[in-house]
Write a protein that binds this ligand. Structure first.
Ligand code: GLN
Length: 487
């Protein structure tokens, strides 16, 4: 039998079902691995050893009882630390919430818990999910398992790194402008940003509510479909949750790509894309063509404006969402203050880091009376254009294929001094959030430094089963592009 930490989620679920592995053994194997590699990787903010072992024993007892259990019963999971877990610290990697212990579970984690999943711990992120490298965490940096001097991407850098480093068989991340897909690409794992409204945002600490979405990060496409099946579905506690029947995500998995029309948006292959990324992504398109897909170039002119629109909209929403951290109800409160005004100012100045403050300032500015029309309203109009453009091209194509990030993982510290340069790295991921459509990020090669290259498959709303189908075919066509990392 394979070593437990080398198994895919699907393999582990099978091994548990056949009784070859117990949840206790699996959980202990992962906790041992965490203990061994965390000093190098730093993917976790909290590890829940005792609690995890208790949950594992419960899962084992349930399986022994002969009751019908969920396929993921007893499987360990890591959850991004902006997703609320009852009784377990949820910090958003911010001093503001350093000691915050939520009194309730986020819907996505509640669903995994009900399925019998075991919480290994909470993963590192950029403070309040604002960033692209996890360097904005108030606590520590996370290292890319493929090159410890490299960023793991962000903001779900901990969730990506822990899967790549085999410190969890799968994890949950959140994606507002690329935070699942970009770290997945940098760390060589598979990440899905689902259709807006498919996974409940209840209990996800809000960054930009009209863009935020939770999704799974896994080793394989099949694993990802399995995980999304559990966390998706209507939830009345999230007013933007979509009520509809969700078919099993793996329904079309093995149908192949013969006859499918796949568009390559010209704007995503323009100047600024590294030659090695371009090569790997176009290579993947060729591999799909060999399998019978019809590849054609398409144009999405409004993509050019998506990035500025994203930074206006997301910051505006963030400035409003983060107003709740006032030092009164919860979160950090300054030790000394003369009056209410000073309590607000001191608590927020001490509690928030530089990037979060930058977004609040940007958002407050673009929403202020004299500038609202010029910035916020304009950005909303761009949003409509982007939605329409995607609708148009996805009318003619089954899905789209493009790069996730302009480059592979860069060095820690390389971009921290230049926020604008950092923002530019989000150019290919933010359009998907603006349009509310799903996108699957998966590895498609390695660059000359041996770092993973990612691509994304984008489709119409609720086309996740199709994206998994194309992703699965591609995975088979490319073979094992990323091997197990050695740490
Ligand atoms: N990197 C983007 C930002 O900083 C996306 C973040 C996210 O998706 N949470 O806003």
């Amino acid at each position: 039998m394979k070593e437990i930490t080398s198994m895919t989620l699907t393999e582990l679920s099978e091994a548990l079902r056949r009784g070859e592995v117990t949840s206790r053994e699996a959980t202990e194997a992962y906790l041992d691995r965490v203990e061994r590699v965390e000093p190098k990787v730093g993917a976790y903010l909290t590890v829940c050893r005792e609690e995890a072992l208790r949950q594992a024993d419960e899962a084992d007892a349930l399986r022994r009882s002969g009751q019908k259990v969920h396929p993921l019963c007893g499987v360990p999971v890591a959850v991004k630390d902006n997703i609320c877990t009852r009784g377990i610290r949820t910090t958003c990697a911010s001093k503001m919430l350093e000691d915050f212990v939520p009194p309730y579970d986020a819907c996505a984690w509640e669903k995994l818990r009900s399925a019998g999943c075991v919480l290994l711990g909470k993963t590192n992120l950029d403070e309040f999910a604002m960033g692209s490298t996890t360097e904005n965490s108030a606590f520590h940096v996370t290292h890319n398992p493929w090159g410890l001097d490299r960023v793991p991407g962000g903001s779900s850098g901990g969730s990506a790194a822990c899967v790549a480093a085999r410190e969890a068989p799968f994890s949950l991340g959140s994606d507002t402008g690329g935070s699942i897909r970009q770290p997945a690409a940098f760390c060589g794992v598979v990440g899905m940003k689902p259709t807006y409204g498919m996974v409940s945002r209840y209990g996800l600490v809000a960054f930009a509510s009209s863009l935020d979405q939770i999704g799974p990060m896994t080793h394989t496409v099949e694993d990802n479909a399995l995980a999304l099946d559990v966390i998706c579905g209507y939830d009345r506690r999230d007013t933007t949750s979509v009520k509809r029947g969700y078919t099993p995500m793996n329904r079309q998995l093995k149908d192949g790509v013969k006859g499918l029309k796949i568009g390559l948006p010209r704007e995503m292959f323009a100047e600024g894309l590294s030659a090695e990324v371009r090569e790997a992504v176009t290579g993947a398109a060729k591999a799909l063509e060999k399998q019978g897909a019809i590849i054609r170039e398409v144009s999405i002119p409004s993509l050019e404006y998506a990035l500025p629109a994203y930074y206006v909209l997301s910051s505006a929403e963030a400035s409003s969402n983060l107003a709740r951290f006032d030092g009164v109800r919860y979160g950090h409160r300054a030790a000394e203050y003369a009056d209410l005004e000073e309590l607000y100012v001191k608590s927020r100045s001490e509690g928030f880091g530089a990037e979060v403050k930058r977004r609040i300032l940007l958002g407050t500015y673009t929403l202020s009376a004299g500038y609202f029309d010029a910035y916020y309203k304009k950005a909303l109009q761009v949003r409509t254009l982007v939605i329409r453009d995607f609708e148009r091209v996805l009318h003619d194509c089954d899905c789209l294929l493009g790069p996730v990030a302009p480059t592979t993982a860069y060095k820690l510290g390389e971009k921290t001094m230049s926020p604008l340069e950092m923002y530019l790295g989000d150019i290919h991921t933010v359009p998907v959030n603006i349009a509310g459509i799903p996108a699957l990020s998966m590895p498609c090669g390695l660059d000359r430094a041996g770092l993973p290259v990612g691509l994304q498959l984008m489709g119409a709303t609720f086309s996740e089963p199709l994206l998994y189908r194309v992703g699965y075919a591609l995975e088979k066509a490319l073979g094992e592009v990323v091997k197990e990392v050695s740490l």
